[in-house]
Structures are given as structure tokens and as C-alpha cells.
Design a protein around this ligand. Structure first.
Ligand code: ATP
Length: 234
């Protein structure tokens, strides 16, 4: 579905991604793990068309995204739930969700998609007229994921959704992501919560210093000696 081959990305002269190769297959949950500053967010930004890449190729369902702008990439079915939620704090929950449906194809299905996200996150229906900035951290994360779903994505990319959430909520969010995957949305998840991520993911990639250093089925990655020592503290 998503195929990344030999990609290099830069911020000015600084090379943030180096020869990145990665595949996300349809219907799967794929986790991207790694330490701070490894380049995980940069990779999501590159896929979303916000950071240009100088070498290599990125294709989504066979189409090269190189010349596309971020709006076109969303219209193709790729949604990003950014780190830090980035909600419009003074707008209501409903208004934030409506902002997610700006693409033409999603606008016509707005009510259907709204019903669907309210089914997944009933608390958002209860809070629909509340300002997003006054939601709890967990509710804000649900709202950010729901806003991503309002674009009718085939691939939902979620950056650090568990950041700043309590352990109980983290567990709940991972359960929700599994539920979303069961509805047919492919998931690409950037996470620091390695243990949780490996439990729900089919496959995992480990990225360090701008490049992929390890890849495999989650069960294999969870049993890898290097991963156990460095990432799972075993
Ligand atoms: P974290 O888990 O801390 O979010 P990450 O793996 O997502 O880390 P990135 O945010 O992709 O890492 O950052 C990769 C490198 O690129 C870092 O060295 C960072 O300082 C640099 N970087 C990120 N954004 C920019 C930017 N807008 N301009 C310049 N350098 C940047």
C-alpha cells in the first residue's frame, strides 16, 4: 500500500532521513519505533508531503507522491494525526471534526463519518459543543484521531498518541487503534511505548539516527536481544 524506497530527507543542510526503506501493507498495523530525534516524525511529515525528499521514492497504492501537495495526499487517503494533537483549542469538538472533512470526497460523507467516529468515541458526542482546548488529555487525543478519521483515510498515521497520557488511558487508546484497524483502516503508528505498540502491531520497524536498523514481525522484534535490552529494559 505504502512503499518507501531509499528516501533521504533534509532540513536545509541537515540530513534527517538516510536511505529509508519501509513498506506498509494494506490491512496491517505497522509500528515505527526508536529513540528521540531518530527521524520518526520527519518520516511521517515526508509521507504527508510537508517535508520534501531529495532522493528515493514514496508511492501510495502505486502512485508516486513526490509532486503532490499535502492536500492531494490527504485526498488519496493518507491521514496524519500529529504529535501533540494540534487541535483548534477555541473551536468546539464538532468544529474540529468538521475541519477534518474539508476534502471534497469527505465533505459529502460528513454525517456518515461523524456517526462512525461518535460510535468509536461516544465521549466526543457528549462533548461535541465543548471547546476542544478544555477537553482532558485523553479526550483531546481521541478528538485528534477522530479528526483524522473524518478525512476517510485508507492509511491512518498516528504520531506518539500515548504521550502524556496515564497508563490506563494508554491501554485504552491502543485498544481503540485495534478497533479502528478492524474497520479496514491500515495503521502506521509512531510510538515510544514499545511494549504496547508491539502487542497490537503486525510488523515493526526500528529507526535510529535517520535510518531503519531493524524490521520484522512484531513477535520477532519483541524477542530480539538488542530490542529487549535497549527498548524493553529486559
Ligand atoms: P521524537 O520522538 O523526539 O519526536 P523523532 O524520531 O520523531 O523524535 P524527528 O522529530 O523526526 O525525530 O527529528 C529528527 C531530527 O531532525 C532531529 O535531529 C531534529 O532536531 C531534526 N528536526 C526536526 N524537525 C526539524 C526542523 N523543522 N528543522 C530542522 N531540524 C529538524
Amino acid at each position: 500500500m505504502l512503499s518507501i524506497e531509499k528516501v533521504d530527507s533534509y532540513y536545509g543542510d541537515f540530513q534527517a532521513l538516510r536511505d529509508v526503506n519501509l513498506e506498509v501493507n494494506e490491512g496491517k498495523i505497522v509500528a515505527l519505533l526508536g529513540p528521540n530525534a531518530a527521524g520518526k516524525t520527519t518520516l511521517l511529515s515526508t509521507i504527508s508531503g510537508m517535508v520534501p525528499y531529495r532522493k528515493g521514492s514514496i508511492t501510495f497504492q502505486g502512485q508516486d507522491i513526490n509532486a503532490m501537495n499535502p492536500e492531494d495526499i490527504v485526498s488519496m487517503g493518507v491521514a496524519l494525526v500529529p504529535e501533540g494533537r494540534r487541535l483548534f483549542g477555541t473551536l468546539t469538538v464538532l468544529e474540529n471534526l468538521e475541519m477534518g472533512a474539508y476534502a471534497k470526497h469527505a465533505r459529502k460523507d460528513l454525517q456518515k463519518n461523524l456517526d462512525r467516529v461518535y460510535d468509536l468515541f461516544p465521549i466526543l458526542k457528549e462533548r461535541s459543543s465543548q471547546q476542544a482546548g478544555s477537553l482532558s488529555g485523553g479526550e483531546q487525543q481521541m478528538c485528534a484521531i477522530a479528526r483524522g478519521l473524518m478525512t476517510e483515510p485508507r492509511l491512518l498515521m498516528i504520531d506518539e498518541m500515548s504521550l502524556g497520557l496515564s497508563p490506563v488511558l494508554v491501554q485504552e487508546m491502543f485498544r481503540m487503534v485495534s478497533e479502528i484497524a478492524k474497520t479496514g483502516v491500515t495503521i502506521f503508528l509512531v510510538e515510544q511505548q514499545v511494549n504496547h505498540a508491539l502487542k497490537i502491531a503486525d510488523e515493526a520497524y526500528i529507526m535510529e539516527k535517520g535510518t531503519v536498523v531493524l524490521h520484522g514481525p512484531s513477535s520477532e522484534i519483541a524477542n530480539d536481544d538488542y530490542v529487549k535490552t535497549v527498548y524493553l529494559g529486559k
